[in-house]
Write a protein that binds this ligand. Structure first.
Ligand SMILES: *Cc1c(COP(=O)(O)O)cnc(C)c1O
Length: 563
């Protein structure tokens, strides 16, 4: 039926109803179990008014199922106890608290996950998200009904342009990795528009995050890995040789700055120049932006595009798979290619196709970063960067003599994070994972383990931690270092290998370990007044990750299932 959208739409909007207007002649209507009889009559009345039809009043909802009986489900579902045990708010609240107690989270102690920037997600930044006026808007709502969103998103784009020194921003990508993909697709479109669609080589230093080569392959590029020297810096001569070799087909370099080794690379401008001289564009991985904001920016080092992890540097909570926001910011020559959306137009004049379903990605979460940037202002943001770098270097100095920092800059300093080398402890039979597990007994979440260098830990305190908390963490690491010195390769029954120690084992009648319960559970004084109790011992690392079983069923279920 021809519906003549132009007649229908004004009537519907007056009644505060949005249809999906597909083209000039058709609309689609989507309703669900929350729609009432009144709503249905309102929908019908839109058509009645717009097209002078005879009114029909719907008086009852037909609840007959129209699913053919042969397609109806006849097996039971959601049978596990967990779906039926908690039936009141009180029970549910306690269940959720029980789960929370198992989580060594930021509300207990610092999480110094290098490269992840686990900073404070301030309550004042999160507040607007529970307001239904922000939370209940459909991503495809007509723009004139979402002016507040438009204002916030446009301001955020402008703020990010200033932070990066670039000319344009797309908020569409939902993660850093998706930003990488978007940025590389933009570079590809730029080369194609210049008649260089042959340019498909992407140089990536060997220290890069795994998402970099994965994104390059997804964007149809060929990855050429360049070397790092023994100080952890990009080997400039190797990069120059490979850029020159591939100069006719060079598409891009992906470079992380400061590097994933936690160092501001001195040669960064020379590096970006080499790429430009050979016809390539420079993609800066912006995951380490917390070391740059207000002090320097990607434009200043000669990059052409970067992603920002708003869920790292710009205060959106992450770590539980929550909504990420990985906008890309680009130099003027790339602005025309920023991604569009098939329903609500976004991006540049020669836009690439959409990168995610919604025109502005996880728009709701953008409120957090907007609040963070607006409330701190340029002075506050710059101070945050300075304190993040200061905190990292304070820890580096305190840990000196106990843990070697693998890489430093020419002045002997780290950036906002550093890599602690734990490989020498193998001679005592201690692996980096043993230190990670033992940290739980001390009430700390482990730092990033074995990235980007196997057998090391990468520590990033962020600006959110006080000196008292930095000291507690350093005290724990130094105490663990003493424990390492007291272990030998041929005695695996030691306090590190047995970590973490659960409440159950510590309070059991038997205790036959060669150290005391106090040493295991309360190794430093602060743990006595604020103890975290690890809930499980080791789940066998990677083997456990790859062989999941549901622990909510009794283990006997699996025994029977296998017989
Ligand atoms: C976190 C990170 C990424 C990927 O970002 P996601 O938001 O996790 O997809 C890429 N590169 C580096 C260096 C990172 O730390």
């Amino acid at each position: 039926m021809k519906t003549e959208v132009s007649k229908l739409r004004p009537v519907a909007e007056k009644k505060e109803i949005n249809f999906n207007y597909i083209d000039a002649d058709s609309v689609s209507i989507s309703i669900n179990e929350t729609v009432t009889l009144d709503d249905l009559n309102n929908i019908v009345s839109c058509f009645v008014e717009a097209f002078n039809l005879q009114n029909t009043n719907i008086t009852a909802l037909d609840t007959d199922t129209i699913i053919p009986t042969n397609l109806e489900r006849n097996t039971s579902f959601l049978e596990n106890d967990i779906f039926n045990t908690y039936q009141s708010e009180t029970d549910m609240m306690r269940y959720i608290k029980k789960l929370e107690r198992k989580d060594l989270a930021l509300n207990h102690s610092m999480i110094s996950l290098g490269s992840c920037t686990m900073k404070l997600n301030a309550a004042s930044e999160m507040l607007p998200l529970s307001n239904p006026q922000w939370g209940n808007i459909h991503p495809f709502a007509p723009l004139d009904q979402a002016q507040g969103y438009q204002e916030m998103l446009q301001n955020l784009e402008k703020q990010l342009n200033v932070v990066t020194g670039f000319a344009g921003t797309s908020l569409q990508p939902n993660s850093g990795a998706q930003g990488e993909f978007a940025g590389l697709m933009v570079i590809r479109a730029y080369h194609a528009a210049n008649g260089n669609s042959n340019r498909n080589i992407c140089l990536i230093p060997s220290s890069a995050h795994g998402t970099n080569p994965a994104s390059a392959v997804m964007a149809g590029m060929k990855v050429v890995v360049t070397k790092t020297d023994d100080k952890g810096n990009i080997d400039v001569e190797d990069l120059r040789a490979k850029a020159t070799l591939h100069k006719d087909n060079l598409a891009a370099l992906m470079v992380t700055y400061p590097s994933t080794h936690g160092v501001f690379e001195k040669a960064i401008k020379e590096i970006t120049q080499i790429i430009h001289d050979n016809g390539g564009q420079v993609y800066m991985d912006g995951a380490n932006m917390n070391a740059q904001v207000g002090l320097t920016n990607p434009a200043a080092i000669g990059a052409d595009v970067c992603h920002l992890n708003l869920h790292k540097t710009f205060a959106i909570p992450h770590g539980g798979g929550g909504p990420g926001v990985g906008p890309i910011c680009v130099a003027p020559q790339l602005v025309p290619f920023l991604p569009t959306n098939p329903i609500i137009e976004t991006g540049g004049a020669s836009a690439i196709t959409s990168i995610s379903a919604a025109p502005w990605g996880s728009a709701l979460a953008c409120l957090i970063s907007y609040g963070y940037i607006t409330m701190l202002g340029s002075e506050g943001l710059t101070n945050a960067t300075k304190i993040a770098i200061l905190n990292a270097n304070y820890m580096k100095e305190r840990l000196q003599g106990h843990f070697a920092t693998l890489y430093t800059g020419e002045m002997g300093r780290a950036a906002h994070e550093m890599i602690l080398d734990c490989r020498e402890f193998k001679q005592n039979g201690i692996e980096v994972v043993d230190i990670a597990k033992r940290l739980m007994d001390y009430g700390f979440h482990a730092p990033t383990v074995s990235f980007p260098v196997a057998g090391t830990m990468m520590v990033e305190p962020t600006e959110s931690e006080s000196i008292a908390e930095l000291d507690r963490f350093c005290d724990a690491m130094i105490a663990i270092r003493k424990e390492i010195d007291n272990t030998t390769k041929d005695d695996a029954n030691n306090i590190l290998k047995n970590a973490p120690h659960t409440q159950e084992m510590l309070t059991a009648d038997e205790w036959d370990l060669p150290y005391s319960r106090k040493e295991a559970a309360f190794p430093l004084a602060y743990t006595r007044e604020n103890k975290f109790w690890p809930a499980v011992r080791r789940v066998d690392d990677a083997y456990g990750d790859r062989n999941l079983i549901c622990s909510c069923n009794p283990i006997e279920d699996y025994v029977e299932a296998e017989v």
